[in-house]
Design a binder for this molecule. Sequence first.
Ligand code: FES
Length: 154
Amino acid sequence: MEVGAVLDKVDSIIDSYKGEEELLISLLQDIQAECNYLPREALIKVSERLDVSLSQVFSVATFFKAFSLKPRGRHIINVCLGTACHVRGGKGILAKIERDLGIEAGEPTQDLRFTLETVRCVGCCSLAPVMVIDEETHGRLSQEKVPRILENYR
Ligand code: FES
């Protein structure tokens, strides 16, 4: 979404809250749902419209792990590097995805199709090695299976 369109969206989201400042967190959630992250310009506008200091807006935005200040891909890949996944090749899975997508863990792809993250155990160790894309778990992975799985996410 372009910056101008984002700012228009911020206006309409703020208007929908009718200036209720205590709803800052809900507002940031809505902006993130629209843009997939919290653009700096949007936070400045929130600060101005709600008459809350920019540092306060940033402190809320950085306090919650669910918020991202950097652009994020449409699909979030979480490669598990917990113990069970690690001993069954989790690091190799991560390296394969990094090579195929041309990014490192923590980064989005240029086309914002994916963001690659790592996690420590997602609770299904019997399926190790595991990755979770959005809400979907992919287990018993091998490096060979990775490209076909990623193909399913446009
Ligand atoms: S260590 Fe990967 S799911 Fe538990």
